[in-house]
Design a protein around this ligand. Sequence first.
Ligand code: NAD
Ligand code: UDP
Ligand code: UDP
Length: 319
Amino acid sequence: MNRKRVLVTGGSGFLGSHLCEQLLSKGREVICVDNFFTGRKESILHLMDNPYFEILRHDVTFPLYVEVDEIYNLACPASPIHYQHDPVQTTKTSVHGAINMLGLAKRIKAKIFQASTSEVYGDPEVHPQTESYWGNVNPIGLRSCYDEGKRCAETLFFDYNRQHNLRIKVGRIFNTYGPRMAMDDGRVVSNFVVQALRGEDITVYGKGEQTRSFCYVDDLVTGIIRFMEDTPDEFTGPMNLGNPGEFTILELAENVIDLVGSKSKIVFKDLPSDDPMQRKPDISLAKKAMGWEPTVPLRQGLEKTIEYFDGYLKSIEDE
Ligand code: NAD
Ligand code: UDP
Ligand code: UDP
């Protein structure tokens, strides 16, 4: 059988591990490239027995020579605490990483997907966000290493497309959550779920009035693969991928406390700088282009995430 060979950068991260898993289950051969900055071997341990799965420890800011049919470029820390830990490296990962993966794609004539982000819209003044909105990003703030790095990566993708006829797919991913987020990831869903399960205070930043739209990981990964495999080459995006259900952070905290049945109390902490006030994807393009929309509502996805973290916390307590 002529299996399609697929490269997934950032493949041991939260989204990457789910993507590798879904691609293998569709019969693809998968090469996972990761420098294990925020990724963990335990997230892909269950794939290691699969003869069509391979791991390369590699930093995408350095050139990479492999032969594949398709590339999914996900390498980049996604949680604010991790991408702000070494901001220069974050920008390098987005920009040099994109240049190297695009150079690779150009040489081997591979189709390439870029994991872009809703952060390209910054603190949006247009709501919900459509792909035609150019965004409101602070170019010199604490989040800009990530936001501007991802914006520059989009520029590179579109210039390689125009200049070298490269087949590109740019997906703007909105907040996604689910099993296998790292316990110390620092993003809001994993923080709240772990805090609630441990009976610790739930740390709401600011007044908790800011909104986010949360997509369950299986829905998101299905959307990414459909975009890559089932849309025509002329359709490059950028395309929003996310769940349009919008919640305040306070509502998220209340839902998590309720579903866990936790005695945790909500405490209010300082709002991080440049924290966007609202975020909700307009997904009409994804619906029209590939008939895709999320199917898992927030409470159902949270239940699965809580079940995962409950098992995970018990397993590390037993060690
Ligand atoms: P994650 O931090 O769990 O995964 C990122 C992976 O990239 C990790 O395995 C990390 O070790 C690896 N990595 C980082 N720098 C690297 C480098 N220089 N070379 C090789 N590997 C490197 O984050 P995630 O949530 O899985 O996000 C994956 C991608 O999706 C990121 O590009 C992120 O920007 C994008 N994204 C995610 C979300 C979300 O809500 N999860 C939203 C928007 C965009
Ligand atoms: N590159 C890579 N793997 C390849 C081909 C290229 O990592 O198989 C890197 C290469 O090191 C270069 C980058 O991709 O820095 C951009 O390549 P491109 O051919 O677009 O530009 P050039 O080599 O002319 O700088
Ligand atoms: N947040 C919070 N408590 C936490 C972690 C995050 O209130 O323990 C807030 C954060 O300030 C932001 C929202 O939750 O408004 C989403 O944060 P996250 O880091 O998950 O992603 P972002 O969308 O900001 O990149």
